[in-house]
Design a binder for this molecule. Structure first.
Ligand code: HEM
Length: 397
């Protein structure tokens, strides 16, 4: 086996130079109280982000070589140093950043972060790229357990029928902002609210998601739209659940949404792109965002314009003949029998555990999930027939 000395120096150099780490939190600027320790904050929102004077969390353009991807929410966090500005972040940075910036409640922050990790992150170094594949940076010499694609990787968390990103098939780039798509989303918002004050609210997002699906059915001859694509309905809820400012009556208006998407209108009327950030004087939600907000939103957005799950095979539609079971329905697969928030948390936890089993090194990923998320979800008493709750159980299953 080759010794460390024979490893390419460029690779070791990348490790040393790129990873910067998030700006630490201070008592002076506590936000919602989460620290870089993987634990819960206070959940007390209505906080201005970035806090005036907290220069460490002010906007900066991504540094050279930084990773950015399809998620405006994560790109914003990195542009403000809540995640490492190079876009190579950690489990603890993400759990804290989601709580402190968007006032995501603790269990929900853990669930969203873990979902990202089981699809695209490295369970040993506990790092994830918010953009493309950075395995050689997120992994460590002598400790590469798999190729981890990062948040941009298509076919994991990133799927067809997005809001402002192309389907992968069309250009091979499903992570970059597309101004034409943003303009179409804006047009829909104008039609569902008003041209003078377009709102990216539930009505706009439900209709726009429907339009995007219909368009993809025609334009993408290899469209793939399994039930998993419902995740993208979750992302659509963030426009009216996470981005609006509580200092502006939680209104998902154009100023707010364009700022978080980094969308700027050019002289010719088209939309270009700059670094994502909150608009000036932005305050986060007063009440934490829960899984119920997200999954309830998924159910309602889908129910407004139900779509067939399936795939285009060279332009011919092949239906998967699946009927959508709302996540609020207790008979949904993977859910604990209890109703309400508990069952939603258990539903998410079950999905995370199942997805971990498909990771390049399933035992490493499963152990990572049990270690980090296990204690957080333990109070919910989830039970998953057939899914082990320990590594020993995994070995015997
Ligand atoms: C509250 C926190 C978050 C907010 C506000 C947020 C916001 C968004 C929005 C608005 C989109 C849609 C972009 C578009 O289609 O044009 C999106 C997409 C995405 N987000 Fe996030 N996000 C959050 C957390 C996360 C986390 C924790 C991860 C993973 C670690 C993640 C991964 C993704 C991915 C992979 C996509 C692309 C989905 C697709 O369109 O195929 N997001 N996010």
């Amino acid at each position: 086996m080759a010794g460390l000395g024979s490893l390419p120096t460029a690779r070791r150099g990348q490790n040393a130079v790129l990873r910067r780490a998030a700006a630490p939190y201070s008592d002076q600027y506590p936000y919602t109280g989460a620290k870089l320790d993987g634990k819960a904050g206070t959940g007390k929102g209505g906080v201005q982000v970035p806090a005036p004077g907290d220069t460490k969390h002010y906007y900066q353009d991504p540094p050279p070589g930084a990773y950015r991807g399809p998620c405006p929410g994560l790109n914003t966090l990195a542009n403000h140093g809540f995640l490492s500005r190079d876009g190579i972040t950690t489990y603890t940075e993400m759990v804290a950043g989601l709580q402190n910036v968007y006032n995501v409640d603790f269990a929900t922050a853990v669930a969203l972060t873990m979902l990202g990790f089981v699809f695209d992150g490295d369970p040993i170094s506990e790092m994830i790229s918010i953009g493309g594949d950075a395995t050689l940076i997120t992994g460590q010499d002598g400790n590469f357990t798999g190729e981890y694609g990062g948040v941009s990787k298509h076919g994991t968390f990133e799927l067809d029928v997005s809001l402002t990103r192309n389907d992968f098939y069309l250009t091979g780039d499903s992570h970059s902002f597309n101004g034409t798509l943003f303009a179409m989303m804006l047009e829909t918002a104008k039609n569902t609210s008003s041209a003078s004050n377009p709102l990216f609210d539930f009505n706009a997002m439900a209709l726009y998601r429907s339009q995007q699906y219909d368009r993809a059915r025609v334009e993408n001859p290899w469209l793939y739209f399994p039930e998993l694509a419902l995740h993208n309905y979750g992302a659509a809820t963030f426009l009216y659940e996470a981005f609006p400012s509580s200092a502006k009556n939680n209104t998902p208006d154009l100023e707010t949404i364009s700022s978080f998407f980094g969308a700027v209108q050019l002289e010719d009327g088209t939309w270009g792109h700059v670094g994502e950030r909150p608009p000036p004087n932005w305050h986060n939600r007063v009440v934490p965002m829960t899984l119920a907000d997200v999954t309830g939103g998924i159910d309602a957005l889908y129910a407004a314009y139900p779509k067939d799950f399936g795939a285009n095979l060279g332009g011919e539609w092949f239906s998967l003949n699946q009927t959508y079971t709302p996540s609020t329905n207790p008979s949904r697969k993977r859910q604990a029998p209890s109703a309400g928030d508990d069952s939603l948390v258990c539903g998410a936890y079950g999905e995370i555990l199942e997805t971990a089993l498909a990771a390049p090194q399933p035992y490493a990923m499963y152990g990572f999930v049990l270690e980090k998320a296990g204690p957080v979800f333990a109070p919910y008493n989830c039970s998953f027939p057939g899914l082990p709750t320990s590594i020993a159980g995994l070995a015997n299953s």
